[in-house]
Ligand binder design. Structure first.
Ligand code: ACO
Length: 436
C-alpha cells in the first residue's frame, strides 16, 4: 500500500513537514519537529479529556460507536453473551483466544482456588460503618489486598502477573458479597467452590441458614450475561486509570482499586445508581415528558443516556433489556421498567436527543435488573466492578507487555504567572486567585 502522509505547513515559519499516517493516526510526538527557533519546545497537541487521542494500541476490544458494534477479541458481544459463560469470556479477554475445554477447566480451577479472603482482610471489612457505601468498601478492600500479597509487586514477572490476575478475579465477588452483607448486618458466607462463578457469588450474597445454596438458574445465567456485557470496554475512564497507574509499575491490587475509584463516579459506572434515583424522582410514566423537558432546559442530565463513543444504541443495553425480561420471570416485574421504557421512547423521538445522538447506555437498564434481584442502588456499581476487573487486568497486562509504553505523563499548557518576586506575609494583600 502507498505510504500515507500528512503534509503540514507552519504559517509562522512557512516550514513544511511530512508526517506518516498509520492506522488513521499520526504520532503526536512527531509534532515536536515543528518549531520556531532553537529555543522552541516544539508543537504539542491539546486534548483535554482525550477526545481525539489514542493513548495505546490495543487488540482487546473493538467498538464502532456509530454502528453500535462491540467485540471482544473480534467476537461480537451478542454471540458471546448467548453462547459463553463469564469465565470463558474472561479467558478470551485475557488470553486473546477462546479456551479449549481443558484450558477453560484449568482457568476456572485457577480462579476458584482464590475465592477466599484472608481472615485479616475480612476483619478489615468489619471496621466499616454499617452505612458505608459498598463501593468505598470495595475499593478500599481491593487496595488492602496489596498488603497481603507482597509478591504482587513483581509486575514485570509474567508468572507473578498470572497469579495476581487469578487472585483478583477470584476475590472480587467475595469482597463485593461481604460488602453487601456488611451493609445488611448479616454474617459473611464463605465461598462454595462447587458452584460456578456467578452461583457462588449468589451463594455469598444470599445464603441464609440452608446447608447448601441452590442458585436459581435463570438468575444465575442473567448475572453471567450481565458480567459478560460489563467485562471490558476499551479505553474508558477506569481502563485509562488502570493503565496510567499501572504504568508506574504499581502492583495490580492498588491499580485495580484506582480503576474502581474511577468507575464509581456518576458519569461512569456510578450512573447505574443514578438512573434508579432518577426513576424514583420521576415517580410515574405520566411525569416522564415533564422530566425530559427539564433536562432539555439544562437542569441535569438523563442518567444512563449518552456515551463518549456510542452515537447509536449501545449494543449492551439491547441485550440487558432482553435479560431483564428473563429475570422478571423469576423475580416479578420491576415497575420502574415502565417508566424507563417510556423515558427511552420519549427521548429517542425528541429532537434534542436525536441531534446529539444520545441513546440509552449500558447503565440505563442494568439497575432495573439489579433492583428486581433485591439490590439497593448503592450496590449497583460494585456489581459492575466485578466483571470489569477482568478488562482492567487485560488492559494492564497489555500495557506492561507493550514495548512502546512508558510511565503515563501528559504535558500541560501552563497558564499561570511568569516568575515573580516572593512577597513576605506582612506585605501580602488579599488577591483573587487566578485559576487559568
Ligand atoms: N442527558 C442530557 N444531555 C446530555 C447527556 C445526557 N445524559 N449526555 C450528553 N448530553 C448533551 C450535553 O449536554 C452536550 O450538549 P451540548 O452540545 O448542548 O452542550 C452534548 O450532549 C454532548 O455531551 P458531552 O458531555 O460533550 O459528551 P461526553 O462524551 O463528554 O459525555 C457522558 C459522555 C459522560 C457519558 C455523558 O453522555 C453523560 O454524562 N451521560 C450521563 C451519565 C451516564 O449515563 N454515564 C454512563 C456512561 S456509560 C459508562 O461509563 C459505563
Amino acid at each position: 500500500m502507498e505510504k500515507q502522509v500528512l503534509n503540514v505547513v507552519d504559517s509562522r515559519s512557512n516550514n513544511r513537514y511530512e508526517f506518516a499516517i498509520e492506522k488513521g493516526a499520526i504520532r503526536a510526538s512527531d509534532l515536536r519537529q515543528i518549531r520556531c527557533g532553537a529555543e522552541d519546545f516544539g508543537l504539542m497537541s491539546y486534548d483535554p479529556a482525550f477526545l481525539n487521542t489514542a493513548s495505546c494500541r490495543s487488540a482487546i476490544t473493538f467498538i464502532d460507536g456509530d454502528k453500535g458494534i462491540l467485540r471482544y477479541r473480534g467476537y461480537p458481544i451478542e454471540q458471546l453473551a448467548e453462547k459463553c459463560t463469564f469465565l470463558e469470556v474472561a479467558y478470551l479477554i485475557l488470553h486473546g483466544e477462546l479456551p479449549t475445554e481443558l484450558q477453560l477447566k484449568n482457568f476456572v480451577a485457577g480462579v476458584t482456588e482464590h475465592t477466599m479472603l484472608h481472615e485479616k482482610t475480612k476483619n478489615f471489612l468489619e471496621g466499616f460503618n454499617h452505612d458505608a457505601h459498598p463501593m468505598g468498601m470495595f475499593i478500599s478492600t481491593v487496595a488492602a489486598l496489596s498488603t497481603v500479597y507482597a509478591d504482587a509487586r513483581k509486575v514485570l514477572d509474567p508468572e507473578s502477573r498470572e497469579l495476581q490476575i487469578r487472585r483478583l478475579i477470584g476475590k472480587v465477588p467475595t469482597i463485593a458479597a461481604y460488602a453487601y452483607r456488611h451493609s445488611l448486618g448479616y454474617p459473611y458466607i464463605y465461598p462454595d467452590n462447587d458452584l460456578s462463578y456467578t452461583e457462588n457469588f449468589m451463594n455469598m450474597l444470599w445464603r441464609m441458614v440452608e446447608p447448601k445454596y441452590r442458585a436459581n438458574p435463570v438468575v444465575a445465567r442473567a448475572l453471567d450475561i450481565l458480567f459478560i456485557l460489563h467485562a471490558d470496554h476499551e479505553q474508558n475512564c477506569s481502563a485509562n486509570v488502570m493503565r496510567a497507574v499501572g504504568s508506574s509499575q504499581a502492583d495490580p491490587f492498588v491499580c485495580t482499586a484506582a480503576a474502581a475509584a474511577a468507575l464509581s463516579g456518576p458519569l461512569h459506572g456510578g450512573a447505574n445508581e443514578e438512573v434508579l434515583k432518577m426513576l424514583d424522582e420521576i415517580g410515574s410514566k405520566d411525569n416522564v415528558r415533564g422530566y425530559v423537558e427539564k433536562i432539555k432546559a439544562g437542569h441535569g442530565k438523563l442518567m444512563g443516556f449518552g456515551h463518549r463513543i456510542y452515537k447509536n444504541y449501545d449494543p449492551r443495553a439491547r441485550i440487558i433489556k432482553w435479560a431483564a425480561d428473563q429475570v422478571f420471570v423469576a423475580t416479578g416485574r420491576n415497575p420502574k421498567l415502565d417508566i424507563a421504557l417510556e423515558l427511552e421512547k420519549i427521548a429517542l423521538e425528541d429532537e434534542y436527543f436525536i441531534k446529539r445522538k444520545l441513546y440509552p447506555n449500558v447503565d440505563f437498564y442494568s439497575g432495573i435488573i439489579y433492583q428486581a434481584l433485591g439490590f439497593k442502588p448503592e450496590m449497583f456499581t460494585v456489581l459492575f466492578a466485578i466483571p470489569r476487573t477482568v478488562g482492567w487486568l487485560a488492559q494492564w497486562q497489555e500495557m506492561l507487555e507493550d514495548p512502546e509504553q512508558k510511565i503515563a505523563r501528559p504535558r500541560q499548557i501552563y497558564t499561570g504567572y511568569d516568575a515573580r518576586e516572593f512577597v513576605p506575609i506582612e506585605k501580602r494583600a488579599v488577591r483573587a486567585v487566578a485559576s487559568r
